[in-house]
Design a binder for this molecule. Sequence first.
Ligand code: G1P
Length: 309
Amino acid sequence: MSGRVTKAVIPAAGLGTRFLPATKATPKEMLPVVDKPAIQYVVEEAVRAGLDDVLMVTGRNKAPLEDHFDRHYELEDKLEGDEGKRELLERIRESTDLATIHYVRQKDPRGLGHAVLCAAQHVGEEPFAVLLGDDLIDERDPLLARMIEVRQQHGGCVIALMQVPREQIELYGCAAVEPTADADVLRVTGMVEKPARGQAPSDYAMIGRYVLSPAIFDVLRDTAPGRGGEIQLTDAIQTLTDRPGDGGPVHGVVFRGRRYDTGDKLDYLRSIVQVAADRADIGPEFRDWLGKYVAKRLAEGDPIEPIQP
Ligand code: G1P
């Protein structure tokens, strides 16, 4: 099907109110997950899927984002002169050399759909990917590459779906789906942004990865504010479900891998613990400590519930 996907759009204009006061002067995308800012994991994921043209849709107070992906001459100079700091130097350069990053400002906070619309000029007439910074996808479970493959096969748009417990579906966009010949691919027949309890068409939640047809931009221009008074990306994609060959159809790739949500405080903490526990360098020591810590809390009579897998 037409058009190779080469561009990634990363909306990063949110105010990060759930993390105040940490986000008063620091963009929430810069909060570290162990020793890298969350946004770097997302850019790395885009690059792994072959997308090294990245557009960040930013807002006020986002200068640290640009600095992070830029060269830091003084620091590099200092580290270069020190043999023992070679590895650190490499790590600092990683974020600079990762991708070609462009920036555009979303001047008014009018929602995710509006943020994506700010990418229209940069993207042009090509299909493109959108990656939301609150969702981190483990590099061992490549999702975006599979979505791009499905887009090549079917055209239109491809969203990422994950089954969640029914009581959580109201936190997500939700898709009505039909099976296809591929077990991990569903045909999307309808979508609703954060359905009220009991109104969800399925337990398939949309997670923050999209491969979109450029037709989405015209639809977004005509999309009225939806849930929360914001222009919702979900509503615009829903319009394309009825337009095969003209921006549609819409398919969903079912993701069953590891996803780390950094969108609120508790999820962010869980993400850090999981990422740290899996790290080759600090993981063994951290797991050892964590095991002992939990055992101690249990011994003290703390009612720690077993977690859902
Ligand atoms: C956004 C989307 C929603 C999606 C979610 C995934 O919502 O609007 O459809 O399910 O991301 O993380 P947000 O969490 O930004 O409110």
